[in-house]
Design a protein around this ligand. Structure first.
Ligand SMILES: Nc1ncnc2c1ncn2[C@@H]1O[C@H](COP(=O)(O)OP(=O)(O)OP(=O)(O)O)[C@@H](O)[C@H]1O
Ligand SMILES: [Mg+2]
Length: 258
């Protein structure tokens, strides 16, 4: 189990306060909330790219940020919202960099590492791009490569920041379906999404983030509600029930008026 206990972080004029979250084995938890509400900051602070004010992230009771890097890499994989590689590595090499922490200081990746990387590329339908420079891919293809790079570590917890942002509808469904499949194997995901409908379909629990705090947390049917979404987004919405899922459509005038 991954526990976040009262996470606090400040950029100066923006703060995250009191973020408390438990993620069980095989659970998918989605952070949903407006632009600038603090979702990326929360994910980065959980992963340790930003330093929270106090120790607050525990995996199986152990302080995650205090573990050696090799152990941390086996526990958690992080896919950033955006990423620009410094060199035109090939796609396969980018995926192999996900294994860097498992190699010795002067060890080069071997056949088994490349095979693992190819297998993950295959999972995301990217095998044909393996020798192409990563910098020559489309935004969505780059995003899929970064997901493959996180998967190659075979971590127990995946932190995915807007994994569907640049993807076409089919690839969104593919990636989120993969998240659910991994969940069945016991791998947990904390991700951010912007689409309340995909959130409702693919999440076990949803944390609504507003102003650096969790405004509401629960199963989709508990928090994907008109009153909660209207409060978090400050706009009217209508929520319909379909096949047990919540479907959210904009309320009020559809011509852009408030
Ligand atoms: N490096 C930084 N230095 C200072 N302030 C920052 C920095 N990065 C983000 N912020 C501020 O922190 C706040 C939260 O940003 P964050 O990226 O966590 O939002 P978000 O919920 O992920 O938004 P989005 O949905 O647009 O990705 C914003 O007000 C942003 O301007
Ligand atoms: Mg973000």
């Amino acid at each position: 189990m991954l526990e976040v206990r009262g996470l606090a972080f400040s950029y100066g004029d923006f703060s995250i306060e009191g973020v408390t979250l438990e993620v069980k084995e095989g659970e998918v938890v989605t952070l949903l909330g407006p632009n600038g509400s603090g979702k990326t900051t929360i994910l980065k602070a959980i992963y340790g790219l930003l330093k929270p004010k106090e120790r607050c992230v525990f995996i199986d009771g152990r302080d995650f940020h205090e573990l050696p890097i090799r152990e941390r890499a086996k526990l958690a994989g992080y896919v950033p919202q955006s990423h620009t590689p410094p060199f035109p590595y090939t796609v396969l090499d980018v995926v192999v960099t996900g294994l860097a922490s498992q190699l010795g200081p002067f060890e080069s990746p071997g056949k088994e590492h490349y095979e693992k990387a190819l297998e993950k590329l295959g999972l995301l339908g990217l095998e044909r791009f393996k020798d192409k420079p990563y910098t020559q891919l489309s935004g969505g293809q780059m995003q899929l490569v970064l997901i493959a790079r996180a998967l190659v570590q075979e971590p127990r917890f995946l932190l995915l920041d807007e994994p569907t942002a640049h993807l076409d509808f089919k690839n969104q469904v593919k990636v989120l379906g993969m998240v659910r499949r991994l969940a069945r194997e016991g791998i947990s995901t904390i991700m951010t999404l912007h689409d309340p409908n995909l959130t409702s379909v693919y999440s076990d629990r949803v944390a609504l983030v507003k102003g650096g705090r969790i405004a509401a947390i629960g199963e989709p049917k508990e928090v994907i509600r008109e009153d909660v979404l209207e409060e978090v987004y400050g706009m009217p919405v209508s929520v319909l029930e379909f096949n047990g899922f919540r479907l959210v459509i904009p309320g009020g005038e559809l011509n852009g008026a408030d």
